[in-house]
Design a protein around this ligand. Structure first.
Ligand code: SF4
Length: 72
């Protein structure tokens, strides 16, 4: 599975990294530090990724079965 975070949609609410601390982190301004990226996540963190997607009020986070990673 992959997680994708749209940079333009992120408004820095901070809910995503609060519920997915093993997957996401915050930058100095309170935005999720990984915004604008898409990357493969291990099975053990899929739950946190789904929680982060559900928690984001801007719909910036997607959990996808297939994707092209930004750092591939
Ligand atoms: S919850 Fe959504 S809007 Fe808030 S920091 Fe995370 S990705 Fe950005």
């Amino acid at each position: 599975m992959f997680i994708s975070i749209e940079a333009d949609k992120c408004m820095g609410h901070g809910r995503c990294y609060a519920v997915a601390p093993d997957l996401l982190s915050d930058d100095d301004e309170g935005f999720v530090a990984e915004r604008g990226r898409c990357w493969s996540i291990p099975d053990a963190l899929i739950g946190q990724a789904e929680d982060a997607a559900d928690a984001c009020p801007e719909g910036a986070i997607a959990v996808l079965a297939t994707a092209t990673p930004t750092d591939a």
